[in-house]
Design a protein around this ligand. Structure first.
Ligand code: AMP
Length: 224
């Protein structure tokens, strides 16, 4: 099962991606997470990517595309994958489509979470990352996934980890606006990539405005 999930930063794409991953048991591949792991591991790739990420710009395709294509060749991807955060522009979409054609692989689902820019921005600023597990959703502005409290301190609502971090690029409004400019760009940005796939496969659209559970239910119903 090969799946792409799209949605503006802050639309709950990571949270819903985890739900889809659970349903199909395929690896949830997030390019943003791969970059952040490289940054915290101090790798060359991480050093190159960091300056772009901090500014809210895309890491150049010359770095991102080979990294992603290599990831898709790893053993755990044999039975499929869920891609989140890639493709982020039209050029990446074209490369991915070509690579799939060459490998005679098909796209089973393309999911698009639809959310307006202002709501997405607020959600980004409320997002907190659990240091123990990136897939534990916490957001101080979303009731359904508000962090828990222990001894007056915010802790991860899933595992109780005390280290809840806000990403630097999530607190920088200029960087958020840049990321959204890229997403909503219908000429060469992420919306252009989505429209590219709309010409080739059926795209499942899900309204990202309701609560987390309702969005998951709608999504799972459409995937069934
Ligand atoms: P995310 O965690 O998806 O918000 O990604 C964080 C940052 O990583 C983005 O703002 C980009 O700088 C970089 N990034 C993630 N995915 C890609 C991609 N497909 N192409 C280029 N840069 C990316």
């Amino acid at each position: 099962m090969n799946i792409l999930i799209f949605g503006p930063n802050g639309s709950g794409k990571g949270t819903q991606g985890a739900v889809v991953q659970k349903k199909y048991g395929v690896p949830h591949i997030e390019t943003g997470v791969i970059f952040r792991n490289n940054i915290s591991g101090g790798t060359e790739l991480g050093k190159k990517a960091k300056t772009y990420i901090d500014r809210g710009e895309l890491v150049p395709d010359s770095i991102t595309v080979p990294m992603l294509l290599a990831r898709l060749k790893e053993d755990d991807c044999k039975n499929g994958w869920l891609l989140d955060g890639f493709p982020r522009n039209l050029a990446q979409a074209e490369v991915l489509w070509k690579a799939l054609e060459e490998e005679k692989m098909k796209l089973d689902y393309v999911i698009e979470i639809i959310l307006d820019r202002d709501t997405a921005k607020k959600r980004i600023m409320g997002r907190r990352l659990c240091a123990a597990d990136n897939n534990h959703p916490n957001n101080i502005y979303i009731d359904a996934i508000k962090p828990a409290e222990r001894n007056g301190k915010m802790v991860c609502r899933v595992c109780g980890c005390e280290e809840l971090l806000a990403r630097a690029d999530d607190q920088d409004e200029v960087a958020i606006d840049k990321r959204h400019n890229i997403y909503y760009d219908t000429k060469t940005g992420t919306m252009a990539a989505i429209n590219y796939f709309k010409e080739k496969v059926k795209v499942i659209e899900v309204d990202g405005l309701p609560g987390v559970r309702e969005v998951s239910e709608n999504l799972l119903q459409k995937l069934a």
